[in-house]
Design a protein around this ligand. Sequence first.
Ligand SMILES: Cc1ncc(COP(=O)(O)O)c(C=O)c1O
Length: 506
Amino acid sequence: MPKYNPKKLYFLLEFNKDNILIVGISILVLMSSDEGFRELEKLRYEVGEVTREILKLIAKRRQLVSKIADVKKKFNVSVVDRFLESRILSELTSFSESLGLEREFTRRLLSIIISDSVKLQEEKILKTEVIGLREIFYKAIELERSGKKIIRMEVGEPDFPVPDSVVEEVCRALREGKTRYTDFAGIRELREALAKHINDLHGTDLKPSNILITAGGVMAIYIAIQVLSNLGDEVLVPEPAWPLYKQIAEHLGRRYIPVRTKIEDKWILRKEQLIENLTESSRLLILNYPNNPTGKALTLSELKDIALEARERNITVISDEVYSEYFFNGGKAPSIMDVLDDGYVVVGSFSKTWAMTGFRIGYIIAEEKIIEKALKILGYMVTCLPEFIQRGALKALEEKEYVKKNVEEVKKRVEHVLLKLSRCRYVEVVPPDGAFYLFPKIKIKDFDSSSFALKLLEEKNVSIAPGSSFGEYRDHVRISAVKSLGELDVGVETFIQALEENYAER
Ligand SMILES: Cc1ncc(COP(=O)(O)O)c(C=O)c1O
């Protein structure tokens, strides 16, 4: 605390008459700062008290939420009620306005509080899955290391080799010293070639400035979510879905909202389902067609219906089109670029089409102002992608025959697995339109895909992905058809046999 001594002041007045004005001002400043300090202390104390009250109320609220979870569990009521959430959000944001608070501030705050409540209830009600795709993946690797031959139908990785021309180009680039930093957004030649490739396919007018080269589709999705939403915003995702959307969204502090689609509806997403799940906090919709894990592709008109509705409601669509070349119905897979002029972000990758999973190269397509923001984040993460990798990707774009041949091959494999599965009495499956997965429903009461997948792997050396990794689909499994026909034959037959052995008596 600042101190002043009256005796010292008198001394100053006596012997520094010339400075009397300065001294006078100093006294005033000292006195007022003391007063100011006391006032500040008092206000800080009050703010502390109010904050303590807020925390007490939050603790009380969590206790109540916990009781709600018990009741929901007892009466088998689902954790999330989007209609109720939407009502609470709009009621309370309006109430907060009457208190002089900004609507947007309250919306964010409520979003965080509601997310916390949902998490609390889910932890209490839903048992967390012990065995997911990750666990099966690591277990399969462990068994392979111990010398066992495993038929790997759980991984989403093409088994065919990268085109020779790509390997040669990468080696050439390395020898030529293409080992320096590049333009952060990616080398211009690659962005130009990608823009042309996509413009030719979709009649778009993309420029290199609409493209950002990323370290695979994963990074593209991470950056897109970060750029296009804020803490507490909602990211809607039709399920079943690739598990990383949820993991990335939650890691970034966004609220993940699953929109459940069903095998009975042939995995079609209807705009009514989207509308039912929207609240004031909804910002993003992630679409992934052809889909992992169902292989579903929306038709152009189904996609348009969804996209226009999202646009109407100011929801940005992130369209993950990493499987777009794997389309089995003739022509090209419907893309968001065919139905919207702007207000979307497309995620692409070299991983699936050219089997370049280990190269870690993908891209974002978006309006320039979004690319500029995304570029900053990419800069903070990796500066840029290695040039020799980018040179390889540029070469890959020329490999049209390679892509055609592999897509034909994958289609043949998917049809082969489909035929085998459809002969099994326990299985219901929708023929995939694309990608390289099948997502059958197992029509056995209380079928638990996690424990079944683990048993199949440990006892029969065949790995599949449990449906529960893609949402609430524990009675489904995902089979990846990117193995040779011979391997798939043995793998699928073993899978069907295991169903018969385990459940025939039921
Ligand atoms: C739907 C989907 N999107 C994106 C990716 C990302 O792939 P990558 O990061 O290898 O480009 C995957 C990979 O499995 C995927 O299934």
